[in-house]
Design a binder for this molecule. Sequence first.
Ligand SMILES: O=C(O)C(=O)C[C@H](O)[C@H](O)COP(=O)(O)O
Length: 216
Amino acid sequence: MTTTAQQNHLVALFKAATVIPVLTIERIQDAVPLAKALVAGGVRTLEVTMRTPVAIEAARAMMAEVPEAVVGIGTILKPADFVRVEKLGVAFGISPGLTPDLLKVAADSSLPFAPGIATASELMLALSYGLDVAKFFPAEQAGGIKGLRALGGPFPNVRFCPTGGVGEANAATWLAEPNVVAVGGSWLCPTAEIKAGNWAGITAICQRTLKALKAT
Ligand SMILES: O=C(O)C(=O)C[C@H](O)[C@H](O)COP(=O)(O)O
């Protein structure tokens, strides 16, 4: 069973992050310059998704060469993925959803882990394994802020990281919710900018986002 101390650690990590870029890395050579660009823009906590074959290698390179980055892995779909990630020594793991098998390995592990939930029943399943920090996914599509507030009624102690449809225009609104500890999304690292190697452009998006959040 996941301990309270583990969950507190994950909450602290998410709160320190505020915004978490959801990274899809196609070419291994992009990993380090991308992480450097994000860190230069003030965004240190990074979610490398397992959507691509180079994800694990990319996370490893970032950890080795960009020590300021707090690297986690996302899109953990299966217990076997979780076990691979655990061995890497990343800071946290995230999933867009959950299965009982995935929750079982996560609850037996010391790796901080946020499963994805979109319904009360999914949240109840996560809570039965002691996991009370969840990704709310897909946040905008699954009811938006109204949906999150409704979940907050029966589950007042759960903390959320909404992702899916979060961007520069609405990040502050989500973060103003008392049960939101961070927001995640791909807006900080658009595919076109990664493809073009426009690292300065990615740094600028991060700076703009953080400046706008500070002003609210
Ligand atoms: O890949 C994963 O593991 C996910 O959980 C999904 C991502 O968090 C969202 O797809 C990001 O959504 P956008 O910011 O709207 O692009």
